[in-house]
Ligand binder design. Structure first.
Ligand code: CA
Length: 230
């Protein structure tokens, strides 16, 4: 499984735990979003695009049980409940209302990762993730719904940033993009680091796409920026 295509939402108001989970999951290559407020989390889930939700039970705004029950009215997205209460009834209720699994805090990260993989495997097997629309440049195809990238049908593993950069280039196929435009769109307005970062990531992408498959997708327009085309 290509983890960079998997987007996990962590709903957890204990920021120390949320941060820890985020670091561990990102280390495994997953895309991670965190939200500490239950109500806001529910709004995010309604918008869609997540492959797995890690859901704390006690939350400000809306509790985890309520979120899980409401989500199940419209979505089969896998949910792993994180509960601080070692209470059997809670666990049973959690699974009853449609959670796929639960973890009792404190938990060992390796066990959580194993359960994440297990739940994802099951959901993939059930074919619940729809690829939807795609961007195409020659043999190169990118599926925004599933964050999957393929060259001639072969999957390509990208980091989050590489993926964002590629998506921006492909959305603007045949349009020359300046380094400033790329920085603003992919790294954000408040990015204050080295502008060479664009060139560095273009190199990463070329290594994983152009070089690996012996193709040419990404072109340098000297003094201006970059463009992707057939
Ligand atoms: Ca909590």
């Amino acid at each position: 499984m290509n983890n960079t295509n998997v987007h996990i939402l962590i709903v957890e108001d204990e920021l120390r735990i949320a941060r820890f989970l985020q670091i561990e999951l990102e280390h495994e290559g997953f895309r991670v979003t965190t939200e500490e407020n239950g109500e806001k989390a529910f709004e995010l889930i309604k918008k869609g695009g997540y492959d797995l939700i890690l859901l704390d039970l006690m939350l400000p705004g809306m509790d985890g049980m309520t979120i899980c029950r409401k989500v199940r009215e419209f979505s089969e997205v896998p949910i792993i409940m994180l509960t601080a209460r070692d209470d059997v009834e809670d666990k049973v209720e959690g699974l009853d209302i449609g959670a796929d699994d639960y973890m009792t805090k404190p938990f060992a990260i390796q066990e959580l990762l194993a359960r994440v993989r297990n739940v994802l495997r099951k959901s993939r097997g059930a074919g619940t993730v729809s690829r939807g629309d795609s961007y195409v440049v020659g043999d190169l195809v990118l599926y925004p719904n599933t964050y999957e990238v393929e060259v001639a049908g072969e999957p390509v593993q990208l980091t989050r940033r590489e993926y964002d950069l590629l998506e921006f280039l492909m959305r603007n196929k045949r349009t020359v993009l300046t380094r400033d435009q790329i920085l603003e769109q992919v790294w954000g307005y408040d990015y204050s680091g080295d502008t060479n970062v664009v060139d560095v990531y273009i190199r990463y992408l070329r290594a994983k796409l152009d070089d690996r498959f012996d193709k040419k997708y990404i072109y340098t327009v000297r003094g201006v920026g970059y463009v992707i085309r057939d």
